[in-house]
Design a protein around this ligand. Structure first.
Ligand code: NAP
Length: 282
């Protein structure tokens, strides 16, 4: 039987600490501020933005949400970002992805002042992670690291296998585990013998986006299993990449979906915003 790593519980603990920090900073005249920009009417994106706004409000972080119509031009969007870049009270700027097709995503992300890029998606922030001199880490892999740290999972020297190599999850995940002295393998859709590689993992992180992708035969006895996936099962219920019922008895620690990595993602965004505001304290 594995110990369940509760992202819901750990998220509460991190947010309580952040709330105290926000109080202290606000009393010192620096209230952290986050601006979230959303373009168009994607229902899932709207829910994410609402949750980010709510998370800020609960902690006392200043939160501004800019809801722009689907017809917004590239220039209008980048003009808004430049305006936000120049505002002292805004420490973090987040543009909710995906953007409508007529907008060049990369150009928008690069328009954000790197010191306010709390999603850490810009090339300069990604590069900083590569050399270990970062201020921000993309929120989902940062959340996984926080879960491992607070659970007391030892990473140094361990075989870490990450399945998935996206720029926002898989690649930074691999780099962060490497930084903590894990021995890291990153797998993807072209990996041969994936099941055998997964089975070699002491820490297995799945960020694929396919329900029941990780089966029991892919997991070593006693492995730590982290499920980043957010999928719908055949009944339309939220589920991860891991066949939880089959894998859980083999693992030592495992994250559930929902209630695992998911709750940590917004929490780490709030943490990045608080950290971004600290430069104003100096
Ligand atoms: P993505 O950009 O679609 O990347 C998926 C990765 O999985 C790719 O690297 C792909 O390989 C790999 N892959 C796909 N099929 C595979 C297969 N059969 N065998 C091995 N590898 C395979 O997705 P993402 O943005 O990284 O997100 C991954 C999952 O995490 C999704 O379910 C997403 O919803 C979830 N997610 C959750 C959170 C959260 O807060 N919990 C946040 C972000 C994402 P190639 O590169 O070769 O195509």
């Amino acid at each position: 039987m594995a110990t369940i790593i509760s992202g819901t519980q750990i998220s509460k603990e991190v947010r309580a600490q952040l709330g105290e920090e926000v109080k202290r900073m606000t009393a010192a005249g620096v209230r952290p501020g986050l601006a979230v920009v959303i373009v168009g009417n994607d229902p899932a994106s709207k829910i994410y933005v609402r949750n980010k706004h709510k998370g800020c409000e609960e902690l006392g972080i200043l939160s501004e949400v800019y809801e722009l119509p689907e017809t917004t031009t590239q220039k209008e969007l980048t003009d808004l970002i430049r305006h936000l870049n120049g505002r002292e009270e805004i420490d973090g700027i987040l543009v909710q992805l995906p953007l409508p097709e007529h907008i060049e995503e990369k150009e928008v992300i690069e328009a954000i002042d790197p010191e306010k890029d709390v999603d850490a998606f810009s090339v300069s922030n990604v590069g900083k992670i590569m050399v270990g001199e970062y201020s921000f880490v993309p929120c989902t892999p940062a959340g996984v690291m926080e879960l491992l740290r607070r659970t007391g999972v030892k990473i140094a020297g361990k075989a870490c296998v990450v399945i998935g190599r996206s720029n926002i999850v898989g690649k930074p995940m691999g780099l962060l585990l490497l930084e903590q002295n894990g021995t890291v393998t990153i797998c993807h859709s072209r990996t041969e013998n994936l099941a055998a590689i997964a089975r070699s993992a002491d820490i297995l992180v799945s960020a694929v986006g396919k329900a029941k992708f990780v089966t029991a035969d892919m997991v070593k006895d006693g492995a730590v299993v982290i499920d980043v996936g957010m999928n719908r099962d055949e009944d339309g219920k939220l589920c991860g990449d891991v066949d939880f019922a089959a894998v859980e008895p083999k693992a030592s620690f495992i994250t559930p979906v929902p209630g695992g990595v998911g709750p940590m993602t917004i929490t780490m965004l709030l943490k990045n915003t608080v950290n971004a505001a600290k430069r104003r304290l100096k």
